[in-house]
Design a protein around this ligand. Sequence first.
Ligand code: AHR
Length: 510
Amino acid sequence: MTPVALVVLGVSLSIDPSQAGAKIDRNIFGQFAEHLGHGIYEGVWVGPGSAIPNTRGIRNDVVAALKALKVPNVRWPGGCFADEYHWRKGIGPRRTVTLNPNWGGVTEPNGFGTHEFMDFLDQIGSRAYLSINVGSGTPQEAAEWLEYLTAAQETTLAAERAANGHAAPYPVPYLGIGNESWDCGGNMTPEYYLSQLKIYSRFVRNFDPAQQDERRMLKIAVGPGGDGPRWTEWTETVMKAWQGHTWSWDIDGLSMHNYTVVKWPPAYKSSGFGEAEYAQILSSTLEMDRLIATHSAIMDKYDPQKKVALVVDEWGAWYAPLAGSNPGFLVQQNSLRDAVLAALNLNIFARHADRVRMANIAQMVNVLQAMVMTDKERMVLTPTYHVFRMYVPFQDATFVPVAFDAGAYTHGEIRLPRVDAVAAKDTAGKLWLALAHLDPSQPIEVEVSLKDAALESAVGETLSAERVDSVNSFEAPRAVAPKPFSAKGQGGKLTLKLEPKSVTVVSLEP
Ligand code: AHR
């Protein structure tokens, strides 16, 4: 007989909507799509001649799924790939076939280039975050790419863009100046990178008069890639220089990369694991908070007004490649553990929303902690996808403080908060609460109250599954799928009964 789990009344949580905090920028829910494995080819791009239903070569099923996430921006074309990308090879009727030495050494057909990326963004309703090639390109090459994309005047490059099918300038709201320039992006010292940054920041412009002033393109510098003195020195170097910057260069963001990986090379399994690996990975992912706090503190020294955003433009779980897959393609499964991990990180970003104004999960399709996975004509939504969809109301919502004692979930030596919660008021004034419940075995009752008002009801969705390593497969695509969730108030308070290992998002009705 299966034992019936006892509901533990553990946590009471009080929300004070009068204490509005920072805006949770919609860009925190950004995505990252690199030319890596089947991240682009097969995952997004199948070509117009494909039997897989597509619009101008872009898969319709993937577009429909991503549209529902209201993806605010997509970082492209890399990653390490960006520092070997030469944009001219990906425009016009004849594309140059090159290689992708970073990721499996496979051929890169360049069939998905600038116009296809912009078309894809249009189809999913998103915005471009371009990563320019600093490692093996030149300022001239990058400046010309931006002229090609954004010139509204009759330049030769604008005419070429028109001849290739797009007369109007493209919107380019975000520009990343290099990627991991301390490693795959060119093995630069902070000082060397800084000198490059100043040059690229000066010359790589958005030329469109309509994309200036408040609508100007934001420039994001390469920032730290982890924990320890090497990375604090990097942040110090860039931010100190920024404090004394002149009119001729500037940045709006400093990137930070932080994967949940535990050991390198990635060794943890993405499916077929137990509670020990569940607890270890969640414990490791919570390091994100300390890392953000460390680098934010350095930024505060040089930028107390928080003009420069911390942009966590690569984050997520990085596990061992799936058996039988090309190790260069970074293929992994996506389980209920990843859903909880995603919620914990989104909550951390929300709590740091005054400094963290953009983040990009790695990666959108078929690579690492993906939203969707494809296999030829089939597509499946991952548990992480469902969390991103459930969190849509948090895009551009205003952070509202929640007071709660998180309790504890322990496994062996590992002690984790049992419950994590964030609240926010959406743009229409509706109050939302997101809860992650980490305990994998016991349900919990969470008592929710508002500081100065009674609560009538909560309505939303909850996501859990049978096991911590439950996944959605092409054969069983709804093993981990959200279910409707609601609760009625009593005496002005709500009691939310959360399933073990679950993520719940509800709107609260006073
Ligand atoms: O996301 C995979 C790789 O991880 C990216 O290309 C690189 O920037 C990082 O090291």
